[in-house]
Design a protein around this ligand. Structure first.
Ligand code: SF4
Length: 336
C-alpha cells in the first residue's frame, strides 16, 4: 500500500530513546513529559519530506503524545511504527486484523444513528499500555512482525467505500485497537467515504498530537473517546495524559463531532468516587448532552482483580445523572 507515514521528522540519533520492542524491553514515556515532548515534534509533517532520502540516524514521530525518537529497526511505544534507517515506516497501515459488522451500540454509540449497523475495522498496536486492556487479544502486535503481517488483510482506501456499500451500510468505525495508528489511512479514506455518504467513526483513547487532532476534526462524524480516569498520575501510569484526553473531547465537541465518552471502572485504578465526580463535572462543563458510558471491567490481560461490583457502577451512574443527560452502564447484561 503506497501510503507513507506522515507526522515524523529526521533527528540526531543522540536524542534517540526508544527501545527494541521485539526484544520485549519497553520504554514508558507518558503523561506530562510526553505531552511536553510533542511540542518539540511540532511541524514534523513538513519536515518529513526533507528527512526522506538523507542518511538519517533517527526519526521522531509526532502522531501521538509520546513523540518517540526511533533508531534503526526500533519501534515506538505503540509497537506499530518503526524507523528503517531512512524513513519512518508503519507496516500495519491499511492492514486490518479484525473486520466485522457491529451494531452501533457496541462501539458504544447510543445517540448517533441508533439501531444501525457499522462496518468495523481494527488493526494492531496501541498508544497506551493499560494492564487491564479489554481488547488485548486484538490490539497488541505480535513480537514477530512477519507473523503479525501474515494475519492482516489489506484494504486499499479506494476500495473501502465499495466494500461498505456492498454491505448496504453507511458508516465505518476504526475500533478494536487504537485507530490513530491508522491516521494516514483514515485521512486518505475519509473523503472517498464521504463522497459516497459514508461516515467515519473513531473509538479511541484520544492521545493525539495537536496536529493530528486538527486534521481529524473535519472528517470524523462521531467518536467514542475513553476517559480512563480523572487522576493525572494514574493516566500517566497507563501511558496516557489526562490533559490530552480533555483536549480531544473538547475539540471534537467544538468541531461538531458527535462525542460519547466511556469510563471503564477498574477496581483500584478508576473506582474513586471523588475523581469520578470531578470527571462528570468536567464533562458537563463541555456539554451536559455528551453521553457517558460507565463500563464494567472484567479481568483481562495482566489484571486479575474481580469484575467491578455492580452496585458501584449504579452509584457512579446515579452521581453522573445529576449532571449529564445521557448516562449508561455498559458490559452488564440487562443494565443500560
Ligand atoms: S504513534 Fe507510536 S511511534 Fe509515534 S509517537 Fe506515538 S507511540 Fe511513538
Amino acid at each position: 500500500m503506497k501510503l507513507p507515514p506522515r507526522w515524523w521528522k529526521a533527528v540526531d540519533s543522540e536524542r534517540a530513546d526508544t527501545v527494541d520492542v521485539k526484544s520485549g524491553d519497553a520504554m514508558h514515556v507518558a503523561g506530562a513529559d510526553a505531552a511536553a515532548r510533542i511540542e518539540g515534534a511540532a511541524g514534523a509533517g513538513e519536515a518529513a519530506a526533507s528527512g526522506k532520502g538523507r542518511n538519517t540516524k533517527a526519526a521522531q514521530c509526532s502522531l501521538c503524545i509520546h513523540a518517540c525518537v526511533l533508531t534503526k529497526d526500533k519501534s515506538g511505544y505503540c509497537g506499530a511504527r518503526f524507523f528503517d534507517g531512512e524513513a519512518l515506516v508503519s507496516p500495519f497501515l491499511g492492514r486490518f486484523s479484525s473486520i466485522a459488522i457491529d451494531p452501533i451500540e457496541k462501539k458504544p454509540l447510543y445517540h448517533w444513528r441508533p439501531g444501525t449497523e457499522i462496518f468495523s475495522l481494527g488493526s494492531l498496536g496501541c498508544t497506551m499500555r493499560c494492564p487491564f486492556c479489554q481488547n488485548h487479544g486484538i490490539a497488541q502486535p505480535e513480537r514477530d512482525e512477519q507473523r503479525a503481517l501474515s494475519r492482516l488483510r489489506e484494504i486499499e482506501p479506494e476500495a473501502l467505500a465499495a466494500t461498505v456499500l456492498r454491505h448496504k451500510l453507511n458508516s465505518v468505525a476504526y475500533t478494536y485497537n487504537e485507530p490513530s495508528l491508522q491516521a494516514e489511512y483514515i485521512l486518505a479514506a475519509a473523503p472517498l467515504l464521504r463522497a459516497s455518504d459514508i461516515a467515519t467513526v473513531l473509538v479511541s483513547n484520544g492521545m493525539y498530537s495537536p496536529e493530528l487532532l486538527e486534521e481529524l476534526v473535519p472528517f470524523v462524524a462521531a467518536a467514542n473517546i475513553d476517559v480512563k480516569t480523572f487522576n493525572p498520575r494514574t493516566y500517566a501510569r497507563l501511558g496516557g495524559s489526562l490533559d490530552t484526553v480533555k483536549r480531544t473531547v473538547a475539540r471534537f465537541h467544538e468541531g461538531g463531532v458527535h462525542v460519547e465518552a466511556t469510563t471503564l471502572v477498574v477496581p483500584g485504578v478508576s473506582d474513586s468516587i471523588e475523581e469520578f465526580d470531578q470527571l462528570t463535572a468536567w464533562l458537563a462543563s463541555i456539554s451536559p448532552g455528551i453521553p457517558l458510558h460507565i463500563s464494567r471491567y472484567r479481568p483481562a490481560h495482566r489484571f486479575k482483580a474481580p469484575p467491578t461490583p455492580i452496585p458501584l457502577l449504579e452509584r457512579f451512574a446515579a452521581l453522573a445523572k445529576g449532571r449529564l443527560k445521557h448516562v449508561h452502564i455498559g458490559n452488564v447484561p440487562g443494565l443500560r
